[in-house]
Ligand binder design. Structure first.
Ligand code: 0X9
Ligand code: ZN
Length: 425
């Protein structure tokens, strides 16, 4: 009996999901570059974790502190004359409030008609959704295998296509490159089903869009990381590869692993950091899967017209370049910026949500080896973006499930306007 009890305790401890009781997210406004550098150094020392994407001085930076480091960090902040406000008082309380889909009685995964778009889903449910979309909408939707993850999970996607025309340009959407950004796969799925339904109902301009483009969509790319956010640590960002065992830390930042200006500014060489670039470009099999897939399409004569990597949070529509803030704007920047403008105007018209647009490294921070630079610089996708979805920090990565549908609706408005622009330009 005692042995069983002990075993139960051991299992409970081993399989426990990481808790964030008493962790806070503080919003700090750095006064100058040295304040910002100091914050980044704190992050490097693992005393804080920077959450948001905007990291320019005079813009607020959201940092998560543990109960152990809070006093130290706030003391330092006061010493440097940096004010802060508390954005999230107890991260665990926010995590506890998050709703997952409840499987129908019998424990099975819901059929497509019963798929709940207003809750978050597991990897198995997303996999099933892909199969169901392809089965239910077989005239428009085909499933494709992208690659196999580091931990041997299938990564699949869907192609929305209304006819085999090899001249049709391709649009690429990928969700979930960062594991904890749960709103990303949810939004990519919402957009996908809206495109299919509106096409089938003859809604314009969606009919024109799908007659003009084949849209290839992977809702959940970093599947190992995503599973880990369900089983172990809701706030995990990276992949789960173990390529630098001597350092004792797992995972690389898949958005620093792309083979374009890899290893430059904003991409850490240290395996224990959240922006670890990986030991070499394409070390992460998930990213290699995308690069091989899209390069194969390009080499077969297809044009990739648009590439969107969906992230959260901060409400931004970001164009290249990401690796450098001093590099001249890309030759297509005028059109890229116009498309972003059309998209965020349409997006705002739905629920009033405000987005900003700009060149990534100029608006945010330099991040070398990021998706949008490779997609533009090497692949030649004219309209290459990173979109940072809701919110601006009230919940950050732990966006409540009630916001999935509104986020999906407005993002759909935005992307339809963007696709329409891309059709004509
Ligand atoms: O740092 C990142 O990878 C992105 N922000 S996030 O908070 N979602 O992690 C921004 C990346 C910008 N990248 C490109 N413009 N490609
Ligand atoms: Zn991200």
């Amino acid at each position: 009996m005692r042995v069983i009890l002990l075993l139960a305790i051991v299992i409970a401890v081993v399989s426990a999901v990481k808790r964030y009781d008493g962790y806070k997210v503080l919003r700090v406004t750095p006064n100058d570059e040295s304040d910002l550098a100091w914050l980044k150094n704190l992050e490097f020392q693992s005393r804080v974790e920077i959450w948001n994407s905007l990291r320019r001085f005079n813009h607020p930076v959201d940092i998560m502190v543990s109960p152990e480091t809070e006093g130290l960090v706030t003391g330092f902040l006061a010493g440097r004359g940096m004010d802060y406000t508390v954005m999230i008082d107890d991260v665990q309380a926010k995590l506890d409030g998050q709703t997952l889909a409840k499987p129908p009685s019998g424990g099975q995964i819901a059929a497509l008609g019963d798929f709940q778009y207003d809750v978050y889903h597991t990897y198995d449910e997303i996999k099933q959704w892909i199969d169901d979309m392809a089965a239910e909408h077989s005239t428009v939707v085909t499933k494709f295998p992208l690659t196999t993850s580091y931990e041997s999970r299938e990564i699949n996607g869907i192609i929305l296509s209304t006819g085999a025309d090899p001249k049709k340009p391709i649009v690429w959407f990928e969700g979930g490159i960062h594991a904890r950004e749960w709103i990303s796969p949810a939004t990519v799925m919402f957009i996908s089903k809206s495109l299919v339904e509106d096409y089938k109902s003859g809604v314009q301009p969606v009919v024109d869009i799908l007659n003009g483009f084949d849209i290839h969509i992977v809702p959940s790319l970093n599947v190992d990381g995503f599973v880990y956010t369900h089983t172990d640590d809701r706030l995990w960002r990276k992949t789960r590869s173990d390529l630098m065992p001597n350092f004792g830390c797992i995972g690389a930042d898949p958005n620093r692993n792309w083979p374009y200006e890899w290893g430059g500014s904003g991409a850490s060489p240290w395996p224990c950091t959240n922006t670890f670039r990986g030991p070499n470009p394409l070390s992460e099999v998930e990213i290699k899967g995308v690069v091989d897939y899209l390069t194969g399409l390009k080499n077969s004569g297809r044009q990739i017209k648009m590439f969107i990597d969906w992230h959260s949070y901060s409400q931004l529509w970001l164009a290249p370049w990401s690796f450098s803030s001093t590099e001249p704007y890309p030759p297509d920047y005028f059109d890229q910026d116009n498309l972003a403008g059309a998209a965020i105007t349409a997006l705002e018209s739905k629920h009033g949500t405000k987005y900003r647009k700009g060149a990534s490294a100029r608006l945010l921070y330099e991040a070398a080896g990021a998706s949008c630079d490779w997609a533009y610089g090497t692949l030649g996708a004219k309209y290459s973006y990173v979109v940072e979805l809701r919110d601006t920090g009230n919940y950050g990565f732990v966006l409540p499930a009630e916001q999935i549908i509104p986020t999906g609706e407005e993002s759909y408005e935005g992307i339809v306007a963007g696709l329409e622009y891309a059709l004509n330009n």
